[in-house]
Ligand binder design. Structure first.
Ligand code: ATP
Ligand code: MG
Length: 586
């Protein structure tokens, strides 16, 4: 229970639900125990009537009708209170589940790319659904049945002992054995259900990957291979599900068997004691049968609840470990400042922890506010890494980065990120409308602003040709955009807000040279006074920049203007010659 202690504060937060639930449970139990008493009294009255050979049944009839009336009232009251018990305790568990999911999700948002690379999506999804779900079973049903069991036991045993202590002791003897078997069975069911779920999540991860790569699957005609791999996984999952069903099938019969044994025991022992005179009324046996049956479910729940608590403890342990992870990128409470856009890299190096690749090696440069800088370099030379350091997706392993003279580590993270517009290399669009996808860049953007951004990104004309125009759905439920259209919607998203710094990572690679020219011209007007860094493989994207850096193997090997660089021997001049000769060939 060490791990589950961490969530005790939720019981305090929902104290009205919690204590209200306990109160409802106690009162419900009192009402549910009215019936056995009255049934026993009614049978005893009939017994006396028969024994004394009375001839006027009127009085006994009235007593029976009166008892039936009170029994009905008690059953109704107990029913209403049981409903209230569920409404308070189970509702509390749903609230706690909701709160916990939010806490877990918030932590996900704080964690860095490094964490996401090292954890499988399936595991991350599990923590937020399965693990939190298991903890909910502890907060709700486990707590509810424990309170229920304790109270019912306390009352029933007192009632039983009042009638016959000896019979009470003898008939209760098999119940701990029942609890033990149910505990063993529930633990086995939980283990098997975990194994089954693990298999199911492998199966869905595999299907998800195949669905997202369906183009590759079809173009390489590897459907049969994929099908065989799926069959193997599916067969495994089927086996696990059958194992689970087999174990679950024991639950009902085991309970029935034990109820039967308990009832037989009461009847046998009760009759024996009646014959030898230790009990004087048959009504006592009837009352005991009802009590024993009332105890079977609480006893079963002891076994079931123990295994629920075990599961919840394991899940909470996983959640606690995950919540303890300190995000590598730490925010600070610095006051927001107005960022102008002067950027300095000072001996910056970055080695990716997991691959040990030194992606940037001692890079130093300065970019003044309002300048446009292009970064050119071979694939894998560190261009994207350089941009991700500026938005603090990673922090440098060595050296530091200044923005307007402040080390970016000391600038408020939201402040820093909101002043940078980013168009990432892989244009990611959400399964939402085009309008909303652009709006991600500015929550309160007006329709006019969205259209202006789309025009500047040269994608407006494409959008208005769609039937639903800006309301066109993208992604799974909507249409698929071409690579170039995606890139341009992604550019519009960055342009819709007035960022002081703009980072464009190879975002014109999928558009033709004319569109590229058009967008670059628009950018020149929009980016007046803003600091812009354009990463590209094309000389055409770089030629108008104030400065061009050539990156190779994580180092800046050349820098200068277009004219300076084409007159020097090196990567840029070679690229330039290659690309103009390609153009001439066209
Ligand atoms: P491209 O032109 O192909 O986009 P790039 O210049 O943007 O290349 P980067 O993405 O910065 O190159 O990668 C630089 C090096 O760092 C590469 O060797 C790459 O394998 C490695 N790398 C990039 N991202 C990561 C990461 N998240 N974890 C580990 N290694 C990485
Ligand atoms: Mg890149």
């Amino acid at each position: 229970m060490k791990e589950l202690k961490q969530i005790n504060h939720y019981f305090l937060k929902y104290k009205f639900h919690f204590f209200g639930g306990i109160l409802a449970t106690i009162v419900a139990q009192f009402f549910s125990l009215v019936s056995p008493k009255l049934i026993s009294k009614s049978i005893a009255a009939v017994e006396d009537y028969l024994k004394q050979n009375q001839t006027n049944p009127q009085a006994i009839k009235e007593l029976l009708i009166e008892n039936i009336f009170y029994i009905s009232l008690a059953v109704l009251a107990s029913g209403i209170l049981t409903f209230l018990m569920r409404q308070t305790l189970i509702v509390m568990s749903r609230h706690v589940e909701f709160d916990m999911k939010n806490v877990v999700f918030k932590q996900y948002e704080l964690l860095t790319q490094h964490f996401y690379k090292n954890n499988h999506t399936g595991d991350l999804m599990n923590r937020i659904s399965e693990d939190v779900g298991r903890v909910r079973m502890y907060v709700g049903p486990a707590v509810m049945y424990t309170i229920n069991t304790i109270i019912r036991f306390a009352i029933v045993i007192i009632y039983m002992a009042e009638v016959s202590p000896q019979l009470t002791l003898l008939t209760l003897l098999p119940l701990p054995i029942l609890a033990y078997f149910i505990f063993k069975l529930s633990t086995s069911i939980n283990k098997k259900s975990l194994a089954f779920q693990k298999n199911l999540s492998d199966l869905s991860s595999y299907s998800q990957e195949v669905f997202s790569g369906i183009r590759v699957v079809k173009s390489y005609s590897i459907e049969n291979k994929i099908q065989s791999a799926f069959d193997v996984l599916s067969l495994k999952s089927n086996e696990k599900s059958l194992e689970l069903a087999k174990t679950q099938a024991f639950f009902g019969p085991l309970m029935l068997l034990l109820i039967g044994i308990s009832n037989l025991l009461v009847i046998a022992l009760g009759s024996y004691m009646y014959i030898n005179g230790s009990i004087t009324k048959i009504a006592v046996i009837a009352e005991f049968i009802i009590y024993i049956n009332m105890l079977v479910w609480p006893v079963t729940s002891i076994g079931w609840v123990s295994s629920l608590v075990q599961e919840a403890e394991a899940s909470q342990k996983r959640i606690n470990e995950f919540l303890k992870i300190e995000p590598e990128i730490q925010n600070n409470n610095a006051k927001p400042i107005t960022i102008e856009g002067n950027i300095t890299f000072h001996n910056v190096s970055l080695t990716y922890e997991d691959t040990n690749i030194k992606a940037l090696d001692n890079v130093s440069f300065e970019i003044k506010k309002g300048e446009t800088v292009a970064i050119i370099g071979r694939t894998g030379s560190g261009k994207s890494t350089l941009l991700s350091l500026l938005s603090r997706l990673y922090d440098p392993t060595e050296g530091y980065i200044l923005v307007d003279g402040h080390n970016i580590i000391d600038i408020n993270l939201e402040n820093l990120r909101s002043s940078i517009g980013v168009v990432p290399q892989d244009a990611f669009l959400f399964s939402d409308t085009i309008k909303n996808n652009i709006k991600f860049g500015k929550e309160n953007a007006s329709d006019e602003e969205i259209v202006v951004a789309a025009k500047n990104a040269d994608v407006h004309d494409n959008i208005i040709h769609f039937k639903e125009q800006y309301e066109t759905l993208l992604g799974e439920r909507g249409i698929s955009l071409s690579g170039g259209q995606k890139q341009r919607v992604s550019i519009a998203r960055a342009l819709v807000n007035d960022h002081q710094i703009l980072l464009l990572d190879d975002c014109l690679s999928a558009v033709d040279t004319e569109t590229e020219e058009e967008i670059l011209n628009n950018l020149e007007t929009i980016c007046q006074g803003k600091t812009t860094i354009i990463v590209s493989h094309r000389v055409s994207s770089a030629k108008n920049a104030d400065k061009i850096f050539i990156l190779d193997n994580g180092k800046i090997v050349q820098q200068g203007t277009h004219n300076q660089l084409i007159s020097q021997e090196g990567y840029y001049a070679a690229l330039y010659l290659k690309q103009i000769s390609e153009k001439e060939l066209l």
